[in-house]
Ligand binder design. Structure first.
Ligand code: SAH
Length: 343
């Protein structure tokens, strides 16, 4: 058991069980949300700290990189010494944190660095929360004065492959007693685990759903995304329609342009046909370089045209600004295992 996985009520119950007064539970909960490590909690005596030490989270920021565009990448280390990466991006409207949901990933997408070493393990809800708490604190925030306004589950890992922990994370991070981040400001990105999209829709969590589509035919998709062997493009789009029906939230489609793979006129026409009359928005992404991968990015001008044509064909689309590329903090550049050897 780890307190970071629990609600305030559950921590209070546990605190009483080990013979401490209930209000200590609230203090512990607040300290966790404030991103404090155990020794930093001034309201608890050394004796109490000793009693709760085994249950108190022991994650920490291991290293920080700052990009020339202001984006920050953090390596967060957990109790078992695993490390994940998360990224903080500043926009006019606030700060968005991109968190990891797994150590590694087993989805095997051909263009992505996060999956190069396969899946090491799932993160617990508390470990996902830890990324948010630590980085909020590191940027001068606390429970009352949040420095993080938006969360995207777009770091390492496939969030729907770690479904229960991710749902718990969303519930805890949006709870009024916690950081109270609106579910509308939380976005989950998936390569398309269709059965889980239906499950998520039925939970009516009110979060934004983003689909990493990247190809318009099953044949092409199979070339770059192994998950396409399990679920078809049409099944994904049906699941998105269901998500919209259940939640009233428009969905987002990510389409990373890869030179000569998915950027032809036929691709464009098929994409427009697939999404026409859907309540969705397409984020066009320029492939970010991953040194182990040989795939190339489409030229910027070409991408701008692709985007413009999509709009003209009646599909809402914009090019996503790439941030933190110089610190390998951009889409698809986050990685895990080998980091430890490198540092
Ligand atoms: N597993 C989830 C979460 C990862 S999100 C998913 O697949 O959606 C990261 C986003 O960046 C996804 O849309 C992913 O397809 C995209 N991506 C991966 N590698 C990339 C790269 N090298 N350049 C640009 N985008 C990439």
């Amino acid at each position: 058991m780890n307190y970071a996985d629990l609600t305030k009520q559950e921590i209070c119950e546990n605190i009483e069980k080990i013979g401490l007064p209930k209000f200590r539970g609230s203090q512990v909960f607040d300290a966790i949300v404030n991103g404090l490590d155990l020794q930093q909690i001034s309201v608890l005596s050394a004796e109490i700290k000793e009693k709760i030490e085994n249950f108190y989270p022991k994650y920490r920021i291991f290293k920080k990189f700052v990009s020339k565009d202001g984006t920050k990448k953090y390596l967060v280390q957990f109790e078992d010494e695993s490390i994940v990466e998360c990224v903080l991006m500043s926009y006019k409207y606030g700060n968005t944190i991109c968190i990891s949901s797994q150590v590694g990933c087993r989805m095997g997408c051909k263009f992505c660095a996060s999956t190069l070493q396969g899946l090491n393990r799932n993160l617990s809800a508390g470990e996902m929360l830890g990324q948010v708490y630590l980085i909020n604190k590191e940027n001068g925030g606390n429970k009352k004065d949040r420095k993080i306004t938006n969360i995207v589950l777009m770091g390492s890992g496939e969030p729907l492959d770690n479904f229960d922990n991710v749902v718990k994370f969303i519930q805890l991070v949006s709870s009024v007693e916690g950081l109270n981040i609106s579910k509308r400001n939380i976005s989950l990105s998936t390569c398309g685990l269709v059965d889980k999209i239906y499950e998520l829709a039925d939970k009516k969590l009110d979060i934004s759903l983003t689909i990493s589509l990247h190809a318009t035919t099953d044949e092409k998709r199979k070339e770059i995304m192994p998950i396409a062997n399990k679920w078809s493009v049409n099944q994904i789009i049906d699941a998105c329609d269901y998500y919209f029906k259940q939640t009233g939230r428009r969905f987002y489609v990510e389409y990373t342009l890869i030179k000569g793979v998915n950027d032809s006129q036929e691709d464009l026409n098929r994409l427009a046909h697939l999404l026409k009359n859907k309540t969705c928005h397409v984020n066009i992404i320029l492939l970010n370089p991953v040194k182990e991968r040989s795939l190339l990015a489409t030229d910027r001008k070409f991408a701008e045209n692709f985007c413009k044509n999509l709009n003209e064909l009646g599909v809402s689309a914009t090019i996503r600004r790439s941030m933190g590329q110089d610190i390998s903090g951009a889409c698809g550049q986050l990685r895990n295992k080998f980091l430890r050897k490198q540092l």
